[in-house]
Structure formats: C-alpha cells, structure tokens
Design a protein around this ligand. Structure first.
Ligand code: ANZ
Ligand code: ZN
Length: 794
C-alpha cells in the first residue's frame, strides 16, 4: 500500500461526491426527518480567508454527523453579493461592481469547493441575481403595503467616505463600520422599515431560542425596553414669544424617568442640545450665545460618544429660566448637556445626583446640590403629580435606503399626480441598470439618478410620466430572507413554495460569527415575524438554534491583519498539509466558540495523526487474521469513544472529540490483533472531521457505498461500564498500595487478594512469625465497596 497522499485522494473523492451527487438534498426522504443546517453566507470579497474556513469546516462536521445520524440534511451555500464592501472594492480597482462581484464568486466558489464540505450547490443563491432580488423587492412591497415601510426626511448617519447613509447598527463607536471614518448627521429623505412595531415581539421571541445567552442579551439591550414615567416640570415665568401662532406650545418641560420615586432628590433638569424648547425660550435665555455655541459643538459628536461614561461631563446652564420640581415646588436650574440624547424618551431628564451616577458627576462638576432625599412610593407619586406611565425603546426604525449603485432598486415610482406609487408586482424585478457611471455622488444622490433611462417611467396608476426611486436597498435587506429561498431557490412564482418552506424551516442549526448578534440576526427575525403576520409563512422565528464560532488569531496571539503579517492563508495550508488536516486542526485547536491563536506545529500533529490512521490500515492487513474477539479493554474504549465523539459533536466540542479519537488510535496501535470491523469504526468516527481520508480508507476496506451513507455507530451502554476499579489499600489508615479489582468484589475476596500483595506482606508477614500468627496481628478490616480496604494491624 502507498503512503498517505492527501492531495491525490482529496481531489479524487471530491470528484466522486460531485458525480454521485451525494450532497444534493431532496425535499423529503422516506423515513428521515429533514434537518436544515445553515452557515452564514459570505460576501464575495475576493478571497476565502481562514475565518470563512473556521465558520464552514467545523460546521460541516456537525452537518455530516447529522446526516449519518439518520437525518435528511440540507446544507446550502450562496453569496451575499450586493452591498458596500463589494462595491467599494470594485471602485478601488476601477472595475464595474457586477464584473468584480461575479469574478469573485467564481474564484471563491472554487475555494469553498476545495474544503470538501457537504454543500448542496444545486441550491446556490446569489442575491445580486435578478431572480433573487425580484423577491427582495416583492417583500419590500408587502411591507410597504402594510405600513411597515415608509419614507421620511430626518437626520441620518452619513458616511462622508462611502457617500451614503448608514443604519444605526452600522455605526460603530461613531464610525462607519466599513471604512472607519467618523459618521456625521445629515438631513436626508430615506426609506425605513418599521421594526419598532415588532419591538415587543422581538423581545418575547428570544425566550424560546436555543441561542448563546450573550447574543440574546445583546438583542435585548439593543431593543432596550424600559418602563418609566412621563412627568411635567412647569417652567416659571414662561412667556411664549408668539403664543397665538403656536397653540401647541407648552409651558412645561416633560421628562422621562424610570425612577419617579427619586423625584424629591431632583435638584436640576437637563435637556438635549437638540431640544426644541430652546428655540421657544430664546428671548428669556440671557446667555444665548454661550448656549448656542455649546449646541454647535455637540453636533460634532455621535450618540455613542455622548453616552461614554468615562468622559468629563460638559454643559451650559440656561440662565434666566427655571423649572419647578412638581414634587417639592422648588425652582431648579435647567442645563443643556450632550449626555442627554435627543431621540430617547423626551430628550429631557430630571437629574437626581444622589441616585444617578451620570447626574452625580455632572452635579459635582457644576457644584449643584446633591440631596439624598427619601424615596417616594412610585404609584402614589404618579397619581399625585398627574404623571403618565410609559414604555420606551432604544430600538429605532431600520433605515434601509442607500444612495449607492450596487443594491436592489427600491420598487417605488413617483408621479406628480398620484404621488408615491408602488411598482405593480407583475412588473418585478425592477432591474438594476448596467450604467457606466456607478460612482457615488458627493451631493448624496444615488448614482442611478444620473440614468435617464432608468428614472423615466410611466405611472402605474394614471399612465402619466413618472420617475423611479433611485435609492437602492441596504444589503442587509437581501440577507434577511435568504434562508427562506434555499428551500426553493429556483422558484419564479413565489419567493419560495409554501410546502417546501414548511418542510425545511425554521433553520435547525445556524452557524456564524457573533458580529451579527444584532444586525443580521435581528433583521431576519423581524422579516420572519412580519411575513408570518402577513400570512406568508407559519413560524415566528427563523433560527431555532444558533452557534457562534470564535475568532482565529495569528500565531502571535494578535488579530490577523495584513499589516501585521500574521495572516494564515488557507490555500497555502491545503497545499502543504491537505484539506483533511486543515479541517481537523481547525476543529482541534481549541473550543469552537472560543477560537484562539493559530499554532503552526499543531497542524503538523494532526497531520501525523492522520498518517498513523493510514498506517494502521497497512498493518491491519498483517495484523488481522480472522474475526478474533477483541480485548475487553479495547471493547470498552471503543464504546466509550463512540459515545463521547457523538456527544461532543452535538455540543460543538470538536476538540475533545478529536482527543478521544487520538486515544482510541493509540490503543488500537497497541493491540496484538485488530478486527477489520473495529478499525472501520475508527474510520467512521473520523469521517465527519476528515472526510477524504475516511472515504478512501473505507473504500480500501472493500465497501461499495460512500461512508457518508453509513449510519453513525451506536454504542452499547452496558459495555461502557467499567469492569474493574482501582482498589486503594491502606494499612492503619495510610495508603500503601493500589490494584485493579473487579467491580463488585466481596470483602472476603478483596481481603485475600490484598494480603497476597507484596506491599502488604511487608507489614503483615513479619520475619519469624508463623503464617497462623498472621491473622492475629490483623485487628480489623474496614472495607468500602468498590473503593478501599483498610487493614488495621497491631
Ligand atoms: C431620574 C433617575 C434617577 C434616573 C435614578 C435614573 C436613575 P433607561 O433605563 O436606559 O431607560 N434618561 C431619560 N431620558 C434620557 C435621555 N434622553 N438621555 C439620557 N438619559 C436619559 O434609562 C432611563 C433613565 O435615563 C431615566 O431615569 C433618566 O434618568 C435617564 F436614580 O430619571 B432617570
Ligand atoms: Zn400617476
């Protein structure tokens, strides 16, 4: 037999699997339950990096295990092809985004195929394909027709580098998630999805999900439900500048508090710099210049910067006006400060420095009284002051329009006569035109605005001349429903056939990065709930179970980055070690959810392990005469290993499963004789991790079918029970010896065996004594079954 040559066998089996189509999933298989196993589909960024491998390869171990455990497993793959990252990369290279994206998809598909995963490529989805985004647009229309999509002019996060608005979720530490440039606020007409309508449902749904607790908590905090009170603080001597024209103006400041019980300790009020009361109070504010200067300054900060707790608090008092604490009837000063946010609660607070940390810092800096007043009972206080109970959410509506080229066009038409008109469903898709000028524009308009051919259309209602919406949808819209499409990827008359959806969804196991804890996962949940309410699907939650992989660091323990030169290139590794070794090392390097640094010698160890498995087959031909019984100890270990590997894979503890396989191999190497069937079990347990070598060895064992059509081995619980235990032997309470004894050994038997031990004889068989005297020096025997024997001697 030849040496283990991964390059040779891996190509061979990948071809075989493809030809046989063993990973093509039928929608139903008699006697098998469907299992929908999903990895987060990648952006066609150009290169399949080690992070993709870490997501896909160990996840494939789980999928194969499920398949072998008797499920009809669907494991699809596709590309999140629209969006800023691909577009920005294309622009940088001066290539049209479409050309760039499809070239990447081609290259990445080859790389993904090289991993030997059981992906069903016949279900591949590309979100930039008109057959796909037709349905993205269709879903937009359903949301629109049901009041869940709307257009409004409002301040939005504008990235000056990407020339587009961003959703709140895409602003990280005040910077654009994509390009790290500081985001500014700009007033722009934009499309939003009314996700806030689902705030409570999104919260409630979390309870039933088998998701990491941390991720559920992040969603909960993002939704940020808080129950509190609205209460009015009258403004003393308040005169409206032109009251007659402003019938809605009110002579009080309304604040939102979750701690109405602390109101007796409120010593001042704070309003956000954007608060509209400032313009009403202008004529009474004596230091208006100072106040306006402060407001200008605060515009440069983002909400996140404003909320940072470690920064020095800043602010300016509105001199000349006071508020009245309605509980004490005392006048309190009003400050404007950027630690109060405009779009939370009422944008105004009652400050209670004795109870609230932020207020405390502020009070100290501005020398304001800090009064530890007694707490008042909430409900009485609310009644007495005529306050209103209210619920606030941090969640904002989801901003989905982008002033960019590479996205699905928003299917709306504007007519001078009829106003905003949705594109009729029969006219979908609204195709993205192939324009020459796809560069984003400075003035904040979509590049599509330059395309006369695209814009000019007829009004679907009156037939008159009309214009198309030129904004495109954020790519997160495309990825909020792709998991539905996999159930029926080619459907042309529905986003997916209802029966097929029912047979596959919700997703049974979703594997992907924790960076999606709020964005993608929250949006997908919203889409699912909305589509359910609109009668298109029958379930509430898209992903029943979720697992996040950890992050692989460079060999130096630092985040991998090109500038640090610590990037691990999977193609290179595959060339040197083979796919199986790379897959298996990724599983072995640490706990999957933790990740950790790449260890170059670790992968060599795994490769050696595979070589040993290979060699054992060679020796087997010599070693194994006929079906002799295997040794008891091997039998026990084998059954234990079957149990452990299965349970570990189920829990995504791939590293400990592999350790168990290593122990088993060790033992098998030591055996004088080894049955073919037992070796075959080792190969079967190995197969989800190292599918190519396993398939090769399996075929060398003269099996006709693929090893992945084999059932996962079963263990016999009776055989796992330990047959022996280590009996601890004590003389006068001191441990002097230990030996293996059969489980359940009786006291008499244990005593006889113990007294024959050399280490014991030294104490009991004193020179010159008769054997009969021996029993006389033994005073007592204390026996703890299956544990210990203590011989008490004189
Ligand atoms: C008085 C008080 C006393 C407060 C106390 C808290 C503790 P959550 O739980 O996040 O909803 N607040 C209200 N509106 C705000 C805004 N626009 N910007 C910044 N802070 C705001 O927080 C609600 C609490 O945050 C409110 O209750 C208010 O301070 C503050 F011991 O009122 B509290
Ligand atoms: Zn019209």
């Amino acid at each position: 037999m030849t040496e283990y040559n991964p390059q040779k066998i891996e190509k061979k089996w990948q071809k075989y699997w493809k030809k046989k189509g063993i990973y093509k999933t039928k929608d139903s298989v008699k006697g098998k339950k469907n299992f929908y196993h999903l990895v987060m589909f990648p952006y066609p960024s150009g290169d399949l990096h080690i992070g993709h491998w870490y997501n896909f390869a160990p996840a494939d171990v789980y999928a194969r295990f499920k398949k072998m455990s008797g499920f009809n497993v669907m494991s699809p793959i596709g590309f999140d092809a629209f969006g800023l990252p691909a577009e920005n990369a294309a622009i940088k290279r001066g290539i049209h985004p479409e050309k760039w994206t499809y070239a990447n998809i081609k290259a990445m598909s080859k790389q993904i195929e090289s991993m030997g995963n059981m992906f069903d490529w016949s279900r591949e989805i590309i979100t930039a394909d008109p057959n796909y985004y037709k349905w993205t647009q269709w879903i937009f229309l359903q949301l629109y027709k049901n009041g869940l999509a709307y257009k409004k002019k409002a301040p939005a996060n504008w990235c000056p580098k990407c020339h587009t608005v961003l959703a709140n979720e895409q602003v990280v530490d005040g910077k654009c998630e994509r390009c790290d440039v500081i985001v500014v606020q700009r007033d722009i007409e934009q499309w939003l999805f009314r996700i806030t309508k689902y705030a409570d449902k999104l919260l409630e749904g979390l309870d039933g999900l088998d998701w990491p607790e941390k991720t559920k908590l992040m969603q909960k905090n993002w939704i940020g439900k808080s129950e509190g009170t609205l209460i009015q603080f009258p403004i003393s001597n308040f005169q409206f500048p032109n009251k007659s024209q402003n019938p809605n103006d009110q002579n009080f400041l309304e604040v939102f508090t979750t701690r109405i019980d602390t109101i007796l300790g409120c010593t001042y009020c704070v309003i956000a710099p954007e608060h509209e009361i400032i313009s009403n109070l202008k004529s009474q504010i004596s230091n208006l210049d100072e106040v306006e200067g402060y407001i200008e300054q605060s515009k440069k900060k983002t909400d996140l910067q404003r909320m940072e707790t470690d920064k020095q608090k800043t602010g300016v008092e509105l001199k000349g006006v006071k508020a009245i604490n309605p509980a004490t009837n005392k006048e309190v000063p009003i400050f404007v400060s950027d630690y109060v946010l405009a779009h939370y609660g009422t944008g105004a607070i009652m400050a209670v420095p004795a109870y609230d940390e932020r207020d405390f810092e502020f009070a100290k800096k501005f020398n304001l009284p800090i009064i530890k007043a007694p707490l008042a009972p909430k409900d009485e206080m609310i009644k007495k002051l005529g306050a209103k109970k209210t619920i606030n959410y941090k969640l904002r509506d989801w901003l989905i329009s982008r002033q960019r080229y590479w996205g699905a066009p928003i299917p709306i038409i504007f007519c001078d006569k009829c106003g905003e008109v949705p594109v009729p469903e029969k006219d979908l898709p609204v195709k993205l035109p192939n324009v020459k000028n796809y560069l984003p524009t400075e003035e904040g308009k979509s590049p599509l605005a330059h395309s006369e051919k695209f814009i000019k259309t007829k009004c679907p209602k009156c037939g008159g001349p009309a214009k198309r919406e030129t904004d495109t949808m954020d790519t997160f819209v495309c990825s909020s429903w792709y998991f539905l499409r996999y159930a029926d990827p080619k459907s042309s008359n529905k986003f997916a056939d209802a029966k097929k959806i029912k047979s596959w969804l919700p997703v049974n196991m979703y594997v992907g990065g924790s960076e999606h804890a709020v964005l993608h996962l929250l949006y997908s949940r919203f889409f699912t709930k909305a589509l359910k309410d609109l009668g298109h699907i029958e379930f509430n939650e898209p992903f029943s179970a979720l697992t996040h992989q950890g992050i692989i660091l460079g060999p130096d323990g630092q985040k991998m980055s090109k500038s640090r030169g610590n990037v691990i290139d999977p193609d290179e590794l595959v060339k040197n070690f083979g796919v199986d070794a790379v897959r298996m090392y990724l599983c072995f390097m640490g706990e999957y959810s933790q990740g950790g640094p790449w260890n170059p010698t670790g992968i060599m160890g795994v490769k050696r392990f595979l070589e040993k498995v290979w060699k054992l087959k060679t020796n087997l031909d010599i070693k194994c005469p006929s079906g002799r019984l295997m040794s008891k100890s091997l039998e026990t270990l084998l059954h234990k290993t079957i149990k452990k590997v299965g349970e570990d894979i189920k829990n995504f503890k791939f590293n400990t499963a592999i350790s168990a396989l290593m122990i088993l191999l060790n033992q098998m190497e030591k055996e004088k004789e080894l049955r073919v069937t037992d070796y075959a079990l080792l190969v079967t347990l190995l197969s989800p991790f190292a599918p190519h070598i396993a398939e090769e060895l399996w075929s060398q064992l003269k099996n006709k079918n693929s090893i992945f059509e084999q059932p996962w081995p079963k263990y016999d619980p009776k055989k796992i029970k330990e047959e022996t235990f280590e009996l601890v032997v004590q003389i006068n309470g001191k441990t002097r010896d230990r030996f293996e004894a059969p489980i359940g050994i009786a006291e008499n038997e244990a005593k006889d065996l113990t007294l024959k031990r050399e280490n014991v004889k030294r104490y009991t068989d004193l020179p010159g004594r008769q054997a009969s005297a021996k029993n006389q020096i033994i005073q007592k025997v204390i026996f703890v079954p299956n544990k210990l024997i203590n011989i008490v001697i004189k």
